[in-house]
Design a binder for this molecule. Structure first.
Ligand code: SAH
Ligand code: SF4
Length: 376
């Protein structure tokens, strides 16, 4: 047998911090073995299919001031915008017409009764205008249980809320120390989303100032223990109009952040073989074929930006964001060719729900019927 295959077959990963740190610092043959094993596991469990989520960044209004983010409230250089109900539904319809099985609605954090009502109406309208109904993922930050429930009942199935870092001390360094930016609140929101039976996605930024490899290893363990269904994580990329920019001298190079991100994806795939893992746009900001590289080492989701082009330059979470001056068609056709080049196919018209979520629900049902059997 080929020596390389023998090596990769022996590769198993556990939730041991030191072991994970070892993998995160791996280079050369050891790193290659990690990538190959993650690729094999993904192909076995998920297949060579990539599902698209049309990303609609529908508003850059935000009440928060995260130190790393370009659209933070206090950045007065940002010109603020919000799409109308009709513009969002039109974008979702575009996604549907082009075979995307799902859309993601993302914005800054806005909390008000009007906003809750607005999103509820948008979800219902998207469902009415697509048949079979397109999948709807929300990424709208921290909200009340009641709001999450209303959106779930309106028909959203998934929610993305990155924990950003699982280390509460590091979280504190990255956010203002006030009641709007509490680690505990973010964590509690993730529990609420799980309780409301969303497919729950989280993730972290990789290569932040003050972040250690131990922190990243603990992030992987956090996602494993929380039993997430989806993950979106990618490199931290600095933005000059943010407070964290002052700590640039603490940063590793962009290439190192990129490599570390690929290792994080590969390790998570080995720890959680059936979850959905996004190849995030931030990877493409560093390497033009960054997302394709992520697909090769375990990711299975791409989120093409289908925000109307005139708004894109105003949703700059970080610098060098790609595809901001292209229209949605350009992005789609270039992506189709890129996916074919890495021997993958696009799961057109398929929702691409998290297999992990389906499997965990099946387990719960079996366990539930076992319990109800005992009660009889
Ligand atoms: N307001 C929502 C959703 C939009 S922000 C929320 O915060 O959850 C989406 C993600 O962008 C954040 O979770 C964060 O991880 C990421 N992000 C923000 N600034 C970034 C930066 N400078 N580099 C990389 N990712 C960044
Ligand atoms: Fe607002 Fe999200 Fe940016 Fe924080 S990361 S400032 S919540 S858009």
């Amino acid at each position: 047998m080929d020596k390389k295959i023998e090596q990769t077959q022996k590769l198993t990963i556990s939730t041991d911090v030191d072991e994970l740190v070892g993998w995160l610092s791996s280079t050369g043959d050891r790193q290659t073995a990690l990538f190959e094993r993650a690729r094999e596991v993904k192909l076995n469990r998920i297949g060579n299919v990539v599902h698209f989520r049309g990303l609609i960044e529908f508003s850059n209004l935000c009440r928060k001031n995260c130190f790393y983010c370009g659209i933070r409230k206090d950045n007065k250089q940002v010109s603020r915008y919000s799409l109308s109900e009709e513009e969002i539904v039109t974008a979702a319809r575009y996604a549907f017409d082009n075979g995307f099985g799902s859309v993601v609605l993302q914005s800054g954090e806005i909390t008000s009764q009007e906003f809750t009502d607005f999103i509820e109406r948008v979800i219902k309208k998207i469902r009415q205008s697509t048949s079979p109904e397109i999948g709807i993922t929300l990424s709208l930050g921290e909200q009340s249980e009641e709001t999450y429930l209303r959106w779930r009942e309106a028909g959203a199935q998934r929610y993305l809320l990155r924990i950003e870092t699982s280390n509460p001390k590091l979280y504190k360094l990255l956010h203002p120390d006030d009641s709007l930016h509490r680690f505990e609140t973010r964590l509690n929101c993730l529990y609420l989303l799980k309780k409301l039976n969303y497919q729950v996605g989280t993730g972290v930024m990789i290569g932040l100032p003050f972040q250690t490899l131990e922190d990243l290893a603990n992030d992987l363990i956090f996602m494993y223990r929380f039993d997430i269904d989806m993950c979106g994580m990618g490199p931290y990329i600095e933005h000059a109009q943010t407070p964290l920019y002052n700590f640039n001298s603490e940063l590793m190079s962009l290439q190192q952040r990129f490599d570390l991100s690929l290792k994080m994806i590969a390790l998570l795939r080995l720890l959680m073989p059936d979850i959905n893992i996004a190849a995030t746009t931030a990877l493409q900001a560093i390497d033009p074929i960054g997302r394709e590289k992520a697909i090769r080492v375990g990711a299975n989701i791409i989120m093409p930006n289908i925000t109307p082009a005139k708004y894109r330059e105003h949703y700059l979470l970080y610098e060098n964001k790609p595809c901001i001056d292209e229209n949605a068609d350009d992005c789609l056709s270039c992506l189709e060719a890129r996916i074919a080049m890495i021997d993958h196919r696009i799961g057109k018209n398929e929702r691409g729900d998290s297999l992990h979520y389906q499997n965990r629900n099946k387990k719960n049902q079996v366990y539930g019927s076992y319990l109800s059997g005992q009660n009889q």
